[in-house]
Design a protein around this ligand. Structure first.
Ligand code: SF4
Ligand code: SF4
Length: 210
C-alpha cells in the first residue's frame, strides 16, 4: 500500500529521518545520477549505526556495552542508568542531511532521485514492523490526514525480507565487504534518534574489521 502525496507539497517525511539504503538501491541511484558508486557515497552518504538496548548476549549483531566506543558509551549513559549490558548494533549507509534536517536529495519539496528513491521512502508511512496507529504515530503526514480511515498496515513482507537479508549478509561477510566504498564520517543513533557523530575508525572497530 502507498499513500498518494502528489499535490500535497509536503515532504515532511524527507525532513525527519535518517534514510538508510540497501546496496542494490544505491547502485540504481548512482546510475540515475550517472556517477560511480564511490562518488555517490563520498558526496551523499554517511555511515549509520543504529543501537537498540537488549537484555543479554546472543542473537545477530549484539555487542556487549564494554566494547562500545567511549564516545558512544558516554552519550548512552545520559539515557540509561545503569547502562544496559548489551546492544543490538545495526550498521548501514544513510543519506546525509542538511542543517535543517532534510535529506540531501530534497530540493524545493522534490526528490532529486525520485525514480530510484529507496523503497522505505516509497513505502512511508507503512514502515513499521509492529502494528501501530499510523495517524497517531505520524500526525505530521498530510496524506494520512486526508485519509483518516486508512487501515493499520505493517511494513511489506518483501522489504522486510530485503532488510533482514542485508543484515544477515553483514553479519556473515562483514560490513566492509558488502559495500565497495565507505563514507568517511558517521553518525550513531539510539532507536533511530541521533546520538552523536562518530569516526569511521570507531565504526569499524566496533565490528572488529577496521
Ligand atoms: S509525510 Fe506523508 S504526505 Fe508528506 S510527503 Fe511523506 S508520505 Fe507524503
Ligand atoms: S531520497 Fe528522496 S524521497 Fe527519500 S527522503 Fe530523500 S528526498 Fe525524500
Amino acid at each position: 500500500m502507498k499513500v498518494d502525496c502528489v499535490g500535497l507539497a509536503c515532504s515532511e517525511c524527507c525532513r525527519r529521518y535518517w534514510i538508510t539504503v540497501l546496496p542494490k538501491e544505491l547502485e540504481k541511484q548512482a546510475r540515475l545520477l550517472r556517477i560511480s558508486e564511490k562518488n555517490f557515497i563520498e558526496k551523499n552518504c554517511v555511515l549509520h549505526l543504529n543501537l537498540f538496548p537488549v537484555e543479554g548476549p546472543g542473537g545477530p549483531l549484539v555487542v556487549s556495552s564494554v566494547f562500545l566506543p567511549k564516545k558512544i558509551a558516554s552519550k548512552l549513559k545520559k539515557h540509561f542508568e545503569p547502562l544496559p549490558s548489551h546492544f543490538i548494533v545495526l550498521p548501514s549507509i544513510a543519506f546525509k542531511r542538511g542543517k535543517n534536517g532534510a535529506c540531501i536529495f530534497l530540493s524545493k519539496n522534490l526528490c532529486k532521485i525520485y525514480r530510484a528513491r529507496p523503497r522505505q521512502c516509497e513505502l512511508f508511512p507503512f514502515i513499521s514492523i509492529e502494528k501501530i496507529d499510523l495517524a497517531l504515530e505520524y500526525s505530521f503526514c498530510m496524506a494520512l490526514k486526508h485519509k483518516p480511515k486508512i487501515p493499520r498496515v505493517l511494513l511489506e513482507k518483501a522489504q522486510l525480507l530485503n532488510v533482514t537479508k542485508y543484515f544477515e549478509a553483514v553479519e556473515k561477510n562483514g560490513f566492509e565487504n558488502i559495500w565497495g566504498f565507505l563514507p568517511k564520517k558517521g553518525v550513531a543513533c539510539l532507536e533511530n534518534n541521533f546520538l552523536c557523530a562518530i569516526s569511521k575508525k570507531d565504526f569499524l572497530e566496533l565490528f572488529n574489521i577496521g
